[in-house]
Design a protein around this ligand. Structure first.
Ligand code: FE2
Length: 208
């Protein structure tokens, strides 16, 4: 971890710490739980996953080539509704490649899957509940707004299945799953991209 990442993480920890103080929670109102949604048809079961399932989906171990698409950093924290960090929790993400192909045999177009895109990865939250991924900005998939699938586990117990969307993407309001959420819920799973260093970064804090 670079010192920049460390300072970022300790800043995140400070925010989580603040959120856990009763006074602040009282002022901002009750925390909005991250909404649950369906897993979708393309969750890769362990046998479908590449050997490399780390938190860098853009670079597969031992491959020179990097995935096609706009590279992004996705980070945030996982905490409970009282603001306590969920430490050593497993977070998984999966998504289609830049051309909308899932790495899943049930996706008819999986044979075209970008061989340099990992398609699935995981991270384990640190002592502040923080996670981070390097991946690509999600693109449109037929009938869906751009999205990243997310699952969170406490050991073997699955706590949450959800999806992250691009804030203010025009496809969101035409998306059936997106439209099931209240405006407040949608905010909790919206990725707002900001320039950070040489790349784009979005922060999504999960409450579960
Ligand atoms: Fe999907």
């Amino acid at each position: 971890m670079t010192s920049q990442e460390k300072s970022r993480r300790s800043m995140l920890a400070g925010i989580v710490g603040l959120a856990s103080s009763g006074a602040l929670v009282g002022k901002v109102g009750a925390a909005v739980l991250t909404p649950r949604t369906t897993e979708g048809p393309f969750y890769p079961t362990p046998s479908m996953r590449p050997t490399d399932i780390d938190n860098d989906l853009v670079k597969i171990a031992n491959l020179v080539e990097e995935a096609g698409g706009k590279i992004i950093t996705l980070r945030g924290t996982i905490s409970d509704r009282e603001g306590h960090p969920r430490v050593q929790h497993r977070i998984e993400i999966w998504q289609c490649d830049v051309d909308g192909n899932y790495m899943h045999p049930r996706d008819r177009r999986s044979t075209n899957h970008d061989p340099a895109f990992q398609g699935f990865g995981h991270d384990i939250t640190d002592e502040y509940g923080a996670y981070v991924f390097r991946t690509i900005k999600p693109t449109s998939y037929p009938g869906r707004a751009p999205h990243i699938h997310v699952k969170i586990f406490d050991g073997d117990r699955e706590l949450l299945t959800t999806q992250f969307y691009i804030k203010d993407n025009p496809g969101n309001t035409r998306d059936g799953l997106f439209n099931r959420m209240s405006r407040k819920e949608a905010e909790t799973v919206s990725m707002e991209f900001v320039q950070h260093g040489s790349g784009m970064e979005a922060t999504v804090d999960v409450i579960v």
